[in-house]
Design a protein around this ligand. Sequence first.
Ligand SMILES: [Zn+2]
Ligand SMILES: [Zn+2]
Ligand SMILES: [Zn+2]
Length: 83
Amino acid sequence: MKCSVCGTLNNTGATFCRQCGSKLGVRECPKCKAAVEPDAQFCSMCGTRLVSGGETGGRACQSCGFVNAPGITYCKRCNQKIV
Ligand SMILES: [Zn+2]
Ligand SMILES: [Zn+2]
Ligand SMILES: [Zn+2]
C-alpha cells in the first residue's frame, strides 16, 4: 500500500507507513463503510464517488499531495499554503 503522504510503498495490509508513520488506508466509504485506498476515486464495493465536495479540478497540495477543493487556500490535510 502506497503512503499518500510520502509515497513509500508499504506491505499490503500495513496500517502505518514504515517511513513517516502516517496511517494508511484511513478512508472509508461514507455509504457502505468499506475500507478504500487513500487515492481511490470510487468505492470498490458500492461505486459511490469518494472525492469529497464533488469537485472537479481540485488542487493538489504540493506538500502532501492531498487534493483539496477548488478555492481552498490551505491544505485540509497538512495546512500548507497551496500555491
Ligand atoms: Zn509515509
Ligand atoms: Zn461503498
Ligand atoms: Zn497538504
